[in-house]
Design a protein around this ligand. Structure first.
Ligand SMILES: NC(=O)c1ccc[n+]([C@@H]2O[C@H](COP(=O)([O-])OP(=O)(O)OC[C@H]3O[C@@H](n4cnc5c(N)ncnc54)[C@H](O)[C@@H]3O)[C@@H](O)[C@H]2O)c1
Length: 372
């Protein structure tokens, strides 16, 4: 017997397709809402989407599309989003913020019996997050000074004394979004928790870290390290390392993210809460590049060019204690995710050099700059 029907917005995407499989395995019926937007898609539903999942072509900016997709639905996993770090600022708010507002608007207006909404947020909402200063204790820098970045001074400094500081794990009580993507993502979280509570629609927001695994679109302009390093090394090119490669990150496998989505969907204790979904271990970007090189068996160098992404954070590693208390643990390490991605990408036909195109686009729009 079916456990109910779950609508996944952005269901044709990377995390959506894995979440659909996880839900089907768990006994749910699944409906996918997606507008198959470029550059993520080539205009077609990806071949790997489960056949049992119903498909609705529609746009989360369109009220009627939401109304059609929400008919007969028990729960929603809202993943559709505009990503990238390009300066088309308004699109982040049209798709991510207005799309989420419309979801709640339609549920309320049509008195739909939706029992749960899970909203995808991002580790990016932390901005620089918290640091420990020997002199001033715990501090929350507002982001890095553009003038220091232009001089290749990468580390964040204490906002009070200007001295050296050590990064702390990111914890859910904090948020300090600093770019178009994270401001829009944070607005989605606030809507989930506040509108959800006001209108008795149990809702949860999940702050994913860097999610990795098979089926991650290689066409986006934003430079996910796994995608860029893999494509470059497969072409015999050195991997482009931004800053000095000393940035700390945590990487979470897409299968673990799909399990987290299902867990909070079923857990009443998760209602109106925000959770990190992270990998549980920190790695420098250089260490990560080394993993990709080993998995590919590539004999290429690393290009540490002093380029940096505007608005990027120096160190971002999520604490996962809160979600662990609900019974979730990451089961895979970055090497597993890299292996899964490499196996998948080797089976794809790449029409052009997507990594070079993405980097050129970031440079052209000023999103990627060079120090010195
Ligand atoms: N992948 C990551 O590392 C990561 C990290 C943090 C948060 N997230 C969040 O997780 C969610 C899913 O990300 P993903 O990596 O699967 O991305 P993705 O690009 O693979 O999937 C997003 C899907 O949303 C669809 N979409 C975009 N605009 C739409 C619109 N207006 N109407 C309907 N559908 C639309 C796209 O066609 C795509 O299929 C997003 O909300 C993203 O912000 C992802």
């Amino acid at each position: 017997m079916s456990k109910g029907r779950v609508l996944i917005s952005g269901g044709a995407g990377f995390i959506g397709s894995h979440t659909a499989e996880e839900l089907l395995r768990a006994g749910y019926e699944v409906r996918l809402l997606d507008n198959l937007t470029p550059p993520v898609h080539d205009g077609n539903w990806p071949a790997w989407l489960p056949k049992e999942a119903e498909r609705v072509l529609g746009d989360v900016r369109n009220r009627d599309d939401w109304a059609k997709a929400l008919r007969g639905v028990d729960a929603v996993i809202h993943l559709a989003a505009h990503q990238d770090l390009l300066p088309n600022f308004s699109q982040f708010f049209h798709v991510n913020s207005v799309g989420t507002a419309l979801l709640y608007e339609v549920i309320v207006a049509e008195k739909l019996p939706v029992r749960k909404v899970v909203v995808a947020s991002s580790q990016f909402v932390y901005g620089e997050g918290g640091y420990r200063c020997e002199k001033d204790g715990e501090v929350f820098p507002d982001g890095r000074d553009p003038q220091r970045l232009a001089r290749a001074l990468w580390e964040t400094v204490c906002p009070k004394c200007g001295g050296a500081i050590q990064p702390l794990p990111l914890v859910e009580s904090h948020a300090n979004p600093r770019n178009q993507y994270s401001i829009a993502k944070y607005s989605q979280e606030l809507m989930a928790v506040s509108l959800g509570r006001n209108y008795c629609i149990p809702s949860v927001a999940l702050r994913y870290s860097i999610v990795q695994g098979a089926r991650q679109s290689y066409r986006n302009a934003y430079s996910g390290v796994l995608r860029v390093f893999t494509l470059q090394m497969m072409n015999g090119q050195p991997a482009s390392i931004f800053e000095d490669g000393g940035q700390l990150r945590d990487y979470v496998n897409v299968g673990d993210v799909a399990r987290a989505n299902c867990l909070v969907l079923e857990s009443d204790a998760a209602n109106y809460e925000v959770f990190n979904v992270g990998g549980g271990h920190s790695h420098t970007v250089l260490e990560f590049a080394e993993i990709v090189r080993e998995v590919l068996g590539a004999n290429v160098g690393l290009d540490v060019s002093g380029e940096y992404r505007v608005g990027d954070t120096r160190h971002s590693v999520s604490g996962i204690t809160k979600l662990e208390r609900l019974g979730w643990l990451p089961t895979k390490r970055p090497r597993d995710s890299v292996s899964e991605y490499v196996e998948w990408i080797r089976g794809q036909t790449l029409e052009k050099d997507y990594a070079a195109e993405a980097l050129a686009m970031l440079r052209q729009t000023g999103a990627l700059r060079k120090a010195g």
